[in-house]
Design a protein around this ligand. Sequence first.
Ligand code: NI
Length: 228
Amino acid sequence: MLLHLKSILTPEEILVARALLGEDAPWVDGRSSAGGQAVTQKQNHQLAQNSESAQQLRTTVLASVQRDPLFFSATLPKKIFNPLFNRYGGGANHYGAHVDGAVLRSQATQQWVRSDVSCTLFLSEPGEYEGGELVINDTFGERRVKLPAGDLVIYPGTSVHRVEPVTRGQRLASFFWIESMVRHDEQRRLLFDLDMNLLKLRERRGETAETTALTGCYHNLLRMWADT
Ligand code: NI
């Protein structure tokens, strides 16, 4: 499932993030955190994970996704890899086709996380740079994603994806992964659809015997599939 979540960050949070991700931020070569196949494809900069600004930004991003009910319903998070931050532009401006590592170890928390869901949170406005689309290939074909600052895209960790060369300006983003309580994408999708449609039914008709029973179905499916 590919899903666009709007306004995850407030305008104030975006401003603070942008200030912390300026030219004088502790940027390092993005290849320092890529695995075998991915390292040959990667040309960008990443914010040093142990820096104070990275710590502050991680806290902001984690708090922002956790207050969003759609994020919870769509990803059913068990563990969230500490958010990382990257910059594409100039001579380090793209990331060729790759699949993210299946299990990743966070330098900040020393925790292993299985990458069931990949997330990109855009921090630059689309008009600030040329190129830089996140291109995701999956069963739904190829999708080109370039979102307003503060918006998030979630997509299956199993997808081949790339970031197109940024030919003008700079593209700033945060990226991270989620190990979900529900490992399989199609099961998460069914639960999300059921949850969203129940929400609409309740808005239209209020609580009825049917919405109660279907909510029971939702929880009983979640009970069958969830691993906490
Ligand atoms: Ni990736």
